[in-house]
Write a protein that binds this ligand. Sequence first.
Ligand code: WQD
Length: 319
Amino acid sequence: MTWLLTGGAGFIGCHVLRSLRSSGRDVVVFDDLSTGLADRVPDDVPLIRGSVSDQALLEETMREYKIAGVIHLAAKKAVAESVAKPLWYYQENVGGIESVLAAMVNCEVGAMVYSSSAAVYGEPETSPVREDICLAPISPYGETKLVGEWLTRDVALGSGISWTALRYFNVAGAGHPELGDPSVANLIPIALRSVREGKSCQVYGNDYETPDGTCLRDYIHVADLAEAHTAAAALTEANQVGLPINIGTGSGSSVLEVLDSIGRALEREVDYEIVARRPGDPPALVAAADQAREVLGWSAQYDLDDMTASAAAAAGLRA
Ligand code: WQD
């Protein structure tokens, strides 16, 4: 089967690409290269450069390559940016999934794996969070991800598309040193940049009701995340499904534990300073991971030290 991978030139996309091919599936990448890198797409993989809002190009591509399924990753994903530019986020993220689904219906493509996010949960009162709790995103980014889930569900009801929405928790690490996360937008890359620049890492608050007072997050290795997509592709190929699935380890790590792990990877202490809380940070956001295990037959294989060591190597800070 041939899968269309939107956003396949991105940090997560290039790992998903490799996992799909290792499973024997053919892949066509569709990417506008606004943040993706063309050299992350192997020469023997077709790369169609275009916007996911271009429905005509999507349909032309689906027909030309006889696409059987779509893994839709292409989206904007910076929470703070979405607060500053909500209209752009809705245009890009909701407009994008709208065009992809319309093209799928017109081309009779029957399987969809949609990249969603733990951001749909907002600030949940319980942790770990199960997929069926009340969803209350607190950023335009999280809202666009949730609207994308609803749109996928509603279109699938009428068209028979088999789908799953993978709710990513905190993605980190690198499957290969040359495939590290080029954006410095999340804790681990930010901390590694602080080390490189000889500065202290800022810890956003240590007065939360958690074991060491800093926020807990469920960090998931990007290589594990990629395998989850291949498992989801197999699920939607073989079954008529329609559901969201958490992609996390099921256990949380605090900010200080992450810095300690980076310290082990670099064999040196990571300097940090406690600063004010960042608005909108829930104390804990940890996945209930049993549905991924039971429905996808998938569970995370890598731990936090694997993530920080591979991220440090990709950042050139560790052999
Ligand atoms: C992690 C923890 C911060 C930086 C994001 C987005 C979204 C989603 C998951 C895709 C928090 C703390 C951070 C720093 C710090 N991905 N921190 N100092 O906000 O949990 O979630 O990633 O859908 O992109 O929702 O990730 O890496 O920003 O923060 O103390 O310099 O580290 O307070 O507790 P977040 P993050």
